[in-house]
Design a protein around this ligand. Structure first.
Ligand SMILES: Nc1nc2c(ncn2[C@@H]2O[C@H](COP(=O)(O)OP(=O)(O)OP(=O)(O)O)[C@@H](O)[C@H]2O)c(=O)[nH]1
Length: 201
């Protein structure tokens, strides 16, 4: 087991109101607020965890999904190790918009090959009775877009929230340039080069 912790940046993207802030708060603080305000710009929280023997400091960036905050969020995409594309299963438009979110991320994060980047897709609010997006539809979209892992989550009742974030870490650690991600958190690598499937600041 490694004793030093690696720093990984994970970013949550998706339409306003799909539950990005709620997923982050559930995962980091194990709390849920049914009256959250919209995020303005970006916010981030850190969480330490161990995945398959690796100590990791996960830096989770929560972004504003509303279109009017686009220019405030996009500068923070660069350097992400994994992107959690989030929609709400009770809102079909938020599912249809996943393509736009993927494109926006790839453009501003300077990702050359989105099929190889570590995207994970979250269908949130599975606790609601009336869904507009089926699990099969979402899985099909993931298959057609590079075979991204798909998780049906609920920030409200905590379904699959930890599993989704842990999968994000596994994807990054098992990616081709794994060694690059194992820098301890107290190290600044001045020579860090842009990754083949992503970018860094
Ligand atoms: N039923 C249910 N409601 C949820 C869930 N997750 C979030 N919500 C509710 O959905 C609303 C929006 O949640 P947020 O977490 O603020 O959504 P967001 O994606 O961060 O929104 P922006 O900040 O505008 O981008 C809030 O009222 C939450 O309480 C969930 O899993 N189930």
């Amino acid at each position: 087991m490694t004793t030093k912790s690696s720093l990984l940046k994970v970013i949550l993207l998706g339409d306003g109101g799909v539950g990005k802030s709620s997923l982050m708060n559930r995962y980091v603080s194990n709390k849920f607020d049914s009256h959250l305000f919209h995020t303005i710009g970006v916010e981030f929280l850190n969480k330490e965890l161990e995945v398959d023997g690796h100590m990791v400091t996960l830096q989770i960036w929560d972004t504003a999904g509303q279109e009017r905050f686009r220019s405030l969020r996009t500068p923070f995409y660069r350097g992400s190790d994994c992107c959690l594309l989030t929609f709400s299963v009770e809102d079909n438009q938020s599912f249809l918009n996943l393509n736009n979110w993927k494109k926006e991320f790839a453009y501003y994060a300077d990702v050359r090959d989105p099929e190889k980047f570590s995207f994970v897709v979250l269908g949130n609010k599975v606790d609601v009775a009336e869904r507009q997006v089926s699990m099969e539809e979402a899985q099909r979209w993931c298959q057609e877009n590079g075979g991204y892992p798909y998780f049906e989550t609920s920030a409200k009742d905590a379904t699959n929230v930890s599993a989704a974030f842990e999968e994000a870490v596994r994807r990054v650690l098992s990616s081709e340039d794994r060694a690059e991600h194992l820098l301890p958190t107290d190290t600044v690598d001045l020579f860090r080069k842009p990754r083949a499937n992503g970018s860094c600041c």
